[in-house]
Design a protein around this ligand. Structure first.
Ligand SMILES: Cc1ncc(COP(=O)(O)O)c(C=O)c1O
Length: 412
């Protein structure tokens, strides 16, 4: 970890996030807590809509509504016209993926930790077109093997499509190395960065991806029902969106339409304008801390949580990868993950549960029907991690010692 990364003022971040006083929020991979400036921006816009009319509010606040394109471009190092504002990450990803004209025999290369909705889309396209889905094996750390990918490349590979950070664990896939292979082969590279944007610095040029999708409500701390799609300029005009409307295209004569030349061709007309304003503010807010500082802090907390959980003994941490992020997945011996979640929730601690359906290639193969997902953000604290572990100890009612085992005697 570099030493010249500015440290983050956690107390200030927490004072911007009043809910920190009320809950221990370890469900940032589900939806993070919005900071006050984001909440205010959304509420103010909705208030204005109710006061002067929604279309009128949009006109009056056009600059704030449109700011999200500039902010997103700064965040991931692209141009504003390469950004589409979307209703979520899934639709962003879909609009790009379903624009690719697959045919019989085309190969789609993906990774083991692929997200459920993406894989369903591969299956549908494979059934419709005869394209083939092929899964790149993992290397010894449990991340996508760059070497295996290199060996798999040939002229039939139409798409490399990878999830950067899976929904259900701390793995960070080696996306820039994968990007080099895609670039050398001239193959389209689609990156699902839903869990990584906002958590770590993302530079689409350094990664070398052609398409990237993400969401607003997770590590970016934006409002729900917001998302972003990036498509590299040189690719935009080659991709005809599966749906068009009067926003994505112009009806120029009775028998002719023209599709927008920029990434907004993937959008549709009606959108969550207050969310758009809020997402712009959320991105500015994240940039204000610096993504390097956020990433340093999130990794430290993630590693601390993993280490503390492992020391409890009856907890098994399941995260893979050489680099691990703020998402921590674990199981508690003899206790169902939903039960762990329920008990933690009674103690004002938010986590979620990832069932194997979310990632059948990974969780099912590792024989994990479910894992508890505790995901930290920079505004969480070391004290919260300690309290979290104490709660887990009392979950068993056993005397936990470092590296204790199930043979420990119950004390109550
Ligand atoms: C890796 C990954 N991709 C895509 C999504 C879908 O995001 P959204 O719910 O914004 O469509 C998620 C959501 O959990 C995710 O974790």
């Amino acid at each position: 970890m570099t030493t010249d990364v500015p440290s983050l003022d956690v107390a200030l971040a927490r004072s911007d996030t009043p809910a920190c006083e009320k809950v221990i929020h370890f469900n940032n991979a589900g939806a993070a807590l919005m900071p006050q400036p984001v909440l205010e921006a959304v509420v103010n816009h909705v208030q204005l809509e109710a006061t002067i009319g929604a279309y009128e509010a949009n006109e009056r606040e056009l600059e704030k509504v449109e700011h999200v394109y500039d902010a997103a471009a700064r965040l991931i190092n692209c141009a504003p016209d390469e950004i589409a504002f979307m209703e979520n990450a899934t639709r962003a990803w879909d609009m790009a993926f379903y624009s690719i004209p697959f045919k019989q025999g085309d190969r789609i290369l993906t990774a083991k930790a692929e997200y459920v909705s993406n894989y369903i889309a591969y299956l549908q396209v494979a059934q419709r077109t005869g394209a083939q889905i092929e899964v790149i094996p993992n290397e010894e750390h449990g991340q996508t093997s760059v070497e295996a990918l290199r060996q798999m490349m040939d002229e039939r590979v139409k798409l490399i499509s990878i999830t950067h950070v899976p929904s259900h664990g701390g793995l960070v896939n080696p996306v820039a190395e994968i990007g080099e292979i895609a670039r050398d082969a001239g193959v389209v590279y689609l990156l699902d960065a839903c869990q990584s944007v906002g958590q770590m610095p993302i530079d689409v040029k350094a990664i070398g991806c052609d398409i990237l999708s993400t969401t607003g409500r997770k590590y970016l701390r934006g409002p729900r029902a917001t998302g972003l799609l990036y498509v590299k300029r040189s690719l935009i005009e080659q991709l005809e969106p599966p749906f068009l409307d009067m926003h994505a295209a112009r009806w120029v004569t009775k028998d002719r339409f023209e599709i927008l030349p920029d990434a907004r061709r993937f959008e549709n007309w009606e959108m969550f304008c207050a969310g758009k304003v809020g997402l712009g503010v959320a991105i500015d807010y994240a940039l204000g801390w610096s993504l390097e500082a956020i990433w340093t802090r999130v990794r430290e907390l993630g590693d601390l949580l993993r280490g503390s959980l492992s020391n409890l003994g009856l907890i098994t941490v399941h995260d893979l990868g050489a680099v691990r992020c703020g998402i921590v997945s674990f199981t508690a011996q003899g206790v169902d993950s939903d039960e762990v979640k329920r008990i933690l929730s009674e103690n004002r601690i938010n986590v979620s549960v990832s069932p194997e359906e979310i990632s059948r290639l990974d969780l099912s193969e590792r024989n994990l029907p479910h894992v508890v997902r505790a995901s930290v953000h920079y505004y969480n604290t070391e004290e919260e991690i300690e309290e979290f572990c104490n709660r887990l100890k009392s979950l068993y009612g056993w005397r936990f010692k470092s590296h204790s085992s199930l043979d420990d005697t119950p004390i109550d």
